[in-house]
Design a protein around this ligand. Structure first.
Ligand SMILES: [Zn+2]
Length: 365
């Protein structure tokens, strides 16, 4: 398999830098989105941009480029390698992920998540596919949706951070695994507590790990899978249930994502550059099926060259535009429907704290 870090073609980035935003007023932008949603049966595809208002940093800035030019993802093959080298990668991953998980676990849905839920409740949006692994769409779902029902409507294309599994597929809830990591790593637990007490926040990536420069995680202990140990065949290779770079989306998930596009009449893509191929191919699939596609994203996307060829783009903040569209479309229904009212008045914006604290434990300290 060819492994590459997804990127947006340089010519699109250059063109975007010189183009003005596509729409000039919120009212015009919201009307375009409302017109798109009005006939119903819309599928939505979301990306990291949707979670930024929940305080979760996106990998790319508004210009579509990586915010950290030195960004080096961990590849799947490194993470699961059964060797001292693989062990070292897992120590690095789990140490950073141990520190990065609490802010993701505590993150709350923002107005965009709730507006999308309101449109699912009103029947305009029928399915949602997300590239995000933070679980925030589930947290913002209509109150009467069971877990099972939510799972049939919301597909996590790249998995979730909220479970962990071994190579034999034993699943553990992430909060339970996090407790085990705390017990096994008192020095790191103390560091995490210290950061929390000081009110500082580590620089967390959307995949739930933090950036630690020059820190040493050689002492980080990763517990074996408990179920495998009980069966007498210990497995030390645990990973969160997210798709890593170089790892394929499972066939069943890929199939379901295509089904979601096939079952809808239109596709609305929000807060993503669609640089990742698993997202871009859904857009391509919609175009092949001649389904109208709308991009709601600030900044360039990989699909910008398709604007006017079955794709339209609204360059505006998603929370604002979706709420304005909801008020225009749902009007009197909002005061009559308590669930709709609840969803459209929920969600807070959590600013991203730029402070990068790096007094992590060092080797020998
Ligand atoms: Zn196991």
């Amino acid at each position: 398999m060819r492994i590459s870090i997804p990127h947006i073609p340089p010519d699109i980035l250059a063109a975007s830098a010189s183009n003005p935003p596509l729409l000039s007023t919120l009212t015009v932008a919201a009307q375009r989105v409302a017109d798109f949603l009005d006939s119903g049966n819309v599928a939505v595809l979301t990306g990291a941009g949707v979670s930024v208002d929940s305080g979760i940093r996106a990998y790319r800035g508004k210009d579509g480029r990586y915010m950290n030019p030195n960004y080096k993802p961990i590849f799947y093959s490194d993470l699961v390698e059964d060797s001292p080298r693989g062990f070292s990668f897992r120590q690095r991953y789990w140490c950073r992920s141990y520190l990065g998980y609490p802010p993701i676990a505590k993150a709350r849905p923002n107005p965009t998540h709730y507006a999308l839920s309101a449109f699912m409740h009103s029947g305009h949006i029928s399915r949602l596919v997300t590239q995000n692994v933070d679980g925030l769409h589930h947290k913002a779902r209509p109150s009467y949706w069971t877990d099972k029902y939510a799972a049939s409507k919301i597909l996590e294309l790249h998995g979730t951070l909220h479970t962990v599994h071994c190579r034999r597929g034993h699943l553990t809830r992430r909060d339970l695994f996090q407790n085990k990591l705390s017990i096994a790593n008192p020095r790191w637990k103390a560091f995490m507590d210290e950061v929390e007490v000081s009110g500082q926040r580590l620089r967390t990536n959307p995949d739930g790990d933090v950036e630690l420069e020059n820190a040493s995680w050689d002492d980080f202990v990763i517990p074996d899978c408990e179920d495998c140990s009980k069966e007498g065949t210990p497995d030390p290779v645990l990973k969160p249930s997210v798709i890593f770079f170089g790892e394929s989306v499972p066939a069943v998930v890929k199939e379901r994502s295509f089904e979601h596009v096939e079952a809808c009449d239109r596709l609305l893509i929000i807060g993503t550059t669609t640089a990742t191929y698993s997202a871009f191919r859904l857009l391509k699939h919609a175009i092949e099926l001649r389904k109208p596609v709308m991009l709601l994203n600030v900044g360039p996307t990989r699909a910008d060259s398709l604007i006017g060829k079955g794709v339209e783009k609204v360059e505006w903040h998603s929370g604002e535009v979706l709420h304005t569209a909801a008020r225009a479309m749902l009007g009197p229904r909002i005061s009559e429907d308590r669930e709709l009212q609840r969803l459209l008045t929920s969600g807070i914006v959590t600013p991203i704290d730029g402070t990068f604290d790096d007094h992590a434990p060092r080797a020998g300290s």
